[in-house]
Design a protein around this ligand. Structure first.
Ligand code: NAD
Length: 302
């Protein structure tokens, strides 16, 4: 098994526990996907999991051009690589593809609704929609056995808050007894699924013939308000942190648009593979706290 990552936001240390999988040694290649496409020493893959992307609202807002290029051009390189051997391929898309649709829950066959191109945040959803178009075109055009998965908020140990991901941002603040900053009134809601549930679902989908050429929501369909999430984090961390409000303008600059609610319809993936996100959010939060505790002990010891 080979992992290709340019470490632009990822960390090689996260692969420590995966160094040996099923008796084979993991090979790590530090480069971009398009550089990997040009290399002559890459194996003939039978499975491709394309997860590399410019991720996180904060990163997309700060570096919009770079994010668009990564999300579109690197996916097209990944698809070309997979086509060489007709490898079974997963393309990781996002709930951002639904844009600012207000029809809940979001169904894969729904129309998508974006704001104007002058509002940078929609560029992320549009870039992921282009990835989906390319994947489906490759399926129809050359028979690439590909599955598109639209991930909703996916959380767990090793996710960091630096790029604006809300759960690690809250946990990092709570551990340090710093205020947890909730954007807007905090009544906006999201559904959080544990990454371990999501990974199991993705693996099963890829091995299911009837999934090939399809688009699937994956995640949890149990919503929680962002202020309520902050309260749970403070409680689980035994923290003295206050929960404070921050305007969207202060967090992201003028003209930022957010969604009040985001929730997947999981009928399609449930019907095909019986998927359910089973790990409770409280368990995930506890595991994120434990992981951050261990990481900071390691840092102090070094
Ligand atoms: N975590 C979520 O809540 C969520 C939600 C929706 C969609 N997704 C999608 O899931 C996938 C994985 O996201 P994640 O949350 O694990 O984020 P992540 O930042 O942990 O993973 C993305 C990885 O891609 C790498 N990368 C970036 N550009 C690259 C390039 N050009 N070449 C090679 N590697 C590159 C980064 O270094 C990083 O390790 C992404 O496609 C993302 O859009 C995630």
């Amino acid at each position: 098994m080979t992992v290709v990552d340019d470490l632009s936001t990822g960390f090689e240390a996260n692969l420590e526990q995966a160094r040996h999988i099923g008796g084979t040694r993991l090979r790590f290649v530090k480069c971009t996907v398009s550089e990997a496409e040009q290399r002559t020493d890459m194996e003939a893959f039978d499975r491709v999991y394309h997860l590399a992307a410019a991720v996180g609202v904060r990163r997309v807002m700060q570096r919009p051009m770079d994010s668009l290029e990564v999300n579109v051009l690197e996916t097209s390189a990944a698809i070309r690589m997979a086509q060489r051997t007709s490898a079974r391929t997963v393309i990781a898309s996002s709930s951002e593809v639904y844009g600012k649709s207000t029809r809940l829950p979001f169904r894969e066959s729904d129309d998508v609704v974006y704001g104007p191109t002058s509002v940078t945040r929609w560029s992320y959803g549009c870039s992921k929609a282009l990835d989906e178009f390319m994947a489906l075109a490759a399926h129809r055009g050359s028979g690439l056995p590909v599955v598109v998965v639209r991930l909703f908020n996916t959380v767990g140990p090793r996710q960091v808050g630096r790029w604006g991901m809300v759960l690690p941002r809250f946990v990092e603040a709570a551990r340090a007894n710093r205020p947890l900053e909730v954007h807007g009134d905090g009544m906006q809601s999201r559904c959080f699924a544990d990454v371990r549930d999501v990974v199991r679902g993705i693996e099963r989908l890829l091995e299911t013939d009837a999934a090939l050429g399809g688009v699937f929501n994956i995640g949890s369909d149990r919503p929680i308000g962002i202020r309520a999430l902050a309260e749970v984090v403070v409680r689980r961390a035994g923290s003295r942190s206050a929960i404070v409000s921050q305007t969207y303008e202060a967090a992201f600059g003028p003209g930022f648009e957010d969604l009040r609610a985001r929730e997947p319809d999981l009928t399609r993936i449930r019907g095909l593979i019986g998927f359910d996100a089973t790990i409770p959010l409280e368990q995930t939060i506890d595991d994120v706290i434990t992981w951050l505790d261990a990481a900071s002990r390691k840092e102090h010891a070094a």
